[in-house]
Write a protein that binds this ligand. Structure first.
Ligand SMILES: Cc1ncc(COP(=O)(O)O)c(C=O)c1O
Length: 375
């Protein structure tokens, strides 16, 4: 069996044709033709009024915080188990990240932990749709609105997921997406910010173009701001991927179900969960091992790599990584967030790229079970 990568996209002639067309034609008065089409189609798909194409999801979180007026002295609550991109922009704007615990079954932000951490300085919360799952957004939104806290839904990993019939990304004041090459749909690198709020939308358009008013042709900047734009070639790829989104999401769910079939009866493995009233699009097939195996994620990743299978660790608690571990907030979180610290050492992501086949899933599952049976 050739080496099996942990993630990767599905690219067809459609993507190649659209990108080639953008490279040939999206210039001069047509410079924005693919960005406009991509943004309009994306907003429609998510069910929101506005979408802004950006160079990354990280920049979408940064712009969200800026547009919401968050800055020095403010606190932003972020779940422990996520990629650092969910919290790094909090530092960019000079605010403080407060690390919250997760729900043991969804692996997403715990509404109870969120509520306990609110102080008069809390200005925003960033619930993360981890690995395609969605936290209890009704409860989170209710708590947030009671305390006048803005909600930035980090849907980087959850395109196509649904919560009570609404699409991931449409559940906060802003929603943010990543189109990194590992994601369910990709533009190579890229991101999108969505919102229903016209003021936030206008402020983001202004802030992402060096503080120019949209349509400004006099190069007359009103504020020092940022340069966060997606190229037309990336937008062309994004449009092609979005036109195939149902197929991509279907494949992700199929991959999870293949693994489930192989691994569900094996004692001591917990796979991604689909909470009632949600549709999980399983960006990464993820498992939590029973500690009875006495093997941690790092060792298992190494053993799989020796057999030509790439895998990834479950995100480490943010408060445990060198970037944060010595901060005052991290030290408090290390003692408090017991569920995150319990899950993470035994969690890992299995190969979930869109090129996975049933045969490859059977191979990976077989190797995994034989390793676990022999320890
Ligand atoms: C949960 C989460 N948030 C944010 C990001 C940042 O996305 P990007 O790499 O597009 O900035 C990622 C990407 O890996 C992510 O997984």
């Amino acid at each position: 069996m050739e080496r099996i990568p942990v993630s990767g996209p599905s690219i067809t002639q459609k993507e190649i044709d659209y990108v080639a067309d953008a490279a040939a034609n999206a210039w001069y008065s047509n410079a924005n033709m693919y960005n406009d089409r991509f943004e309009k189609a994306f907003a429609e798909y998510i069910g929101v009024r506005y979408a802004i194409s950006l160079p990354s999801c990280t920049s979408a979180i940064h712009l969200s915080l800026l547009a919401l007026g968050i800055g020095p002295g403010d606190e932003v609550i972020v779940p422990e188990l996520t990629w650092i991109a969910s919290s790094a922009p909090v530092s960019y704007v000079g605010a403080t990240t407060v690390f919250a615990d997760v729900n043991e079954r969804t692996w997403c932000l715990s509404a109870d932990s969120f509520e306990e951490l609110i102080t008069p300085r809390t200005k925003a919360v960033i619930p993360v749709d981890l690995y395609g799952n969605i936290p209890d957004m009704d409860q989170i939104r209710e708590i947030a609105s009671k305390h006048k806290i803005a909600v930035i839904e980090d849907a980087a990993e959850a395109i196509g997921s649904e919560y009570k019939g609404r699409k991931a990304g449409s559940l906060g004041d802003t929603g943010v997406f990543s189109f990194h090459g590992s994601k369910t749909m990709t533009t190579g690198e890229g991101g999108m910010l969505v919102t229903d709020n016209e003021n936030i939308y206008k402020r983001c358009l202004f802030l992402r173009d060096h503080g120019r008013k949209p349509g400004d042709v006099m190069f007359y900047n009103a504020e020092v701001a940022h340069k966060y734009k997606m190229s037309s070639m990336q937008a062309a790829m994004g449009l092609a991927q979005l036109e195939r989104i149902d197929e991509l999401v279907k494949r992700k769910r199929e991959i999870l179900n293949w693994y489930k079939y192989e691994l569900d009866t094996f004692e001591g493995i917990t796979l991604n969960y689909e909470f009632p009233d949600t549709k999980n699009t399983y960006w990464m097939v993820t498992l939590i091992l029973d500690p009875k195996f006495d093997i941690k994620k790092e060792q298992l990743i190494k053993l799989l790599a020796e057999r030509n299978i790439d895998s990834r660790p479950f995100f480490h608690p943010l408060s445990s990584i060198p970037a944060y571990e010595n901060s005052t907030e991290a030290k408090k979180a290390q003692r408090r967030n017991t569920i995150s610290y319990k899950i993470s050492p035994y969690g890992m992501n299995l190969p979930s790229g869109l090129n996975m086949t049933k045969k490859k899933v059977q191979y990976v599952s077989g190797i995994l079970m034989s390793i676990l049976s022999n320890i």
